[in-house]
Write a protein that binds this ligand. Structure first.
Ligand code: ZN
Length: 171
């Protein structure tokens, strides 16, 4: 019973964080944010810490994973484009998103090969492929080999690391 209370408290805290992040403008006070500039960024964690909301910083720069089924995009199915929440880099199209039961937004491919970069991640005793933003190097999530055709890859992303713009509202 006590564990249930603790779990409920943790879930509440995380839900609160997600709502806070959604209400904050990603571009306000972030001079690096751009949907068109593809120049590779070399920004220190110390500087990102001053710019980013603390919950986005924890995931993007410290590889913190949000709790499943709590992120803002895990069940989003409208047409649009997903950008890096840290730098605005174009990452995924909604056409590559699929309904995954894992509780995180999942894609079978990135919008272009160099939109993201990969790094071996052996943390927590697992051998996983970490996915990072190709422009700013921020942690986005992991890539697994159990996705649907045509790639059979599953890009398992943190919602907080993504900014979604619906097609009809895209400028
Ligand atoms: Zn980025």
């Amino acid at each position: 019973m006590r564990m249930l209370f603790i779990l409920a408290a943790v879930l509440l805290v995380h839900t609160g964080c997600a709502q806070h992040a959604a209400s904050a403008s990603a571009t306000s006070g972030n001079p690096y944010y751009s949907h068109t500039d593809t120049t590779t960024l070399h920004v220190t964690d110390a500087e990102w810490k001053k710019i980013l909301p603390s919950d986005l910083y924890a995931t993007a720069r410290e590889a913190n994973t949000e709790i499943a089924f709590t992120g803002k995009y895990w069940k989003t199915d409208v047409k649009g484009t997903y950008y890096c929440a840290v730098c605005g880099n174009t990452l995924f199209r909604s056409t590559a998103k699929f309904a995954s039961t894992c509780g995180w937004p999942s894609f079978f491919e990135s919008i272009r090969p160099n939109a993201v970069i990969y790094r071996e991640d052996t943390s927590y005793g697992m051998d996983r492929e970490e996915v990072l933003c190709g422009r700013c190097g921020s942690h986005l999530g992991h890539r697994f080999d159990d996705g649907p055709p045509p790639t059979h890859k599953r890009f398992c992303m943190n919602s907080i690391s993504l900014d979604f713009v619906e097609d009809s509202t895209a400028k």
